[in-house]
Design a protein around this ligand. Structure first.
Ligand code: SER
Length: 324
């Protein structure tokens, strides 16, 4: 018998955002109604937490089959190659980031599914964009392959909405800070690595220079924003490319000082690598008035709260691992 309850699919469910989004949605909708998928299986805890399908998001037929067999109506398309890795494999990044997006947009266009979330990024901006308080609409000339794929993706989202009525919603995430699942290959990841190194060896060498200010956000805020934009009545979603989200802006030096207040003897060093040029091309702070206005967005975590939550979170993970 076909199960007629409409369900949610998360693609890239084992990743940094996908894993936390999956657990939050399962809490709200029930584990059996939220199907996790990724290119490969994850750890036993995750695999036992609810239904899982192995899915290569670039394979349209496999994607469609999963949506039909589970009666999926909402897809969170979280699989992507991030900025640092994408610079090493430009064509692979373009192929993954664009094909997976087209697949999900086409599934909505042919009415297999009804609603799509797709993440964009501050990487859509470039060196010619105003650097501070970057507005929703401004010059966008991204110089990274990741940014080019996100910028093109945003245009396609707006196009599918206008031309085919596809209900696709998107956020330009700032750098996301979390401890439950490690990130993969982002330029903003120094703001995660620092906590692990600080706890392990009271020292961290940042791959960005001390005065590189970037917009960042704690994962709980990002998940809240993602679920909130998806719950908003369609007519309130005025931006069908992607919404700016601001979060908090800080430099490696500012973060290092706060970490040093929590960890005795913490020492911060700087050794910028190729990711410095990527960071230099991105805004330092973001204006998110449109998100505030259209769907009441407000972030909760400031930098002090993020530092405390990260240190507490990593310590509790380490304790539970050592007890296991
Ligand atoms: N955090 C991402 C990265 O650094 C930006 O969206 O690639």
């Amino acid at each position: 018998m076909i199960n007629m309850t409409s369900k949610i699919l998360i693609v890239g469910a084992c990743g940094q955002i996908g894993s936390e989004l999956t657990s939050k949605l399962r809490e709200t909708h029930g584990a059996e109604n939220v199907i996790a998928s990724d290119i490969r299986e994850s750890n036993a805890d995750f695999m036992n937490s609810g239904p899982f399908e192995v899915l290569d998001a670039t394979d349209f037929e496999a994607f469609e089959k999963i949506c039909k067999s589970h009666n999926i109506k909402t897809v969170y398309m979280m699989a992507a190659m991030l900025s640092g890795t994408a610079e090493k494999f430009p064509m692979k990044a373009w192929d993954l980031n664009m094909t997976s997006l087209f697949n999900v947009l086409d599934l909505a266009k042919n009415e297999t599914i009804k609603q799509v979330f797709w993440p964009s990024s501050i990487a859509v901006f470039g060196p010619t964009t105003p650097k501070f308080d970057t507005p929703q609409q401004t010059v966008m000339e991204p110089t990274t392959v990741y940014g080019i794929s996100k910028q093109a993706g945003e245009r396609w989202c707006a196009y599918y909405h206008k031309r085919y009525g596809v209900d696709v919603r998107s956020i330009r995430y700032p750098g996301l800070i979390s401890y439950k699942t490690p990130p993969g290959g982002g330029t903003t990841d120094y703001a995660i690595e620092i906590f692990y190194d600080a706890l392990e060896k009271e020292e961290y060498t940042s791959f960005l220079s001390k005065d590189t200010a970037l917009p960042m956000m704690y994962m709980d805020d990002a998940i809240e924003a993602t679920i909130s934009i998806m719950k908003t009545p369609a007519e309130q979603i005025k931006v069908r490319s992607s919404y700016n989200l601001g979060g908090v802006s800080f430099t490696p030096e500012e973060l290092g000082k706060l970490v040093a207040e929590e960890i005795d003897g913490f020492q911060m060093n700087y050794d910028p690598d190729f990711r410095q040029a990527i960071a230099d091309s991105w805004p330092s702070s973001i204006n998110d008035e449109e998100a505030q206005k259209d769907w009441n967005w407000q972030h909760k975590y400031d930098l002090e709260m993020i530092v405390k939550a990260m240190l507490e979170g990593i310590r509790s993970l380490e304790n539970s691992n050592s007890e296991a």
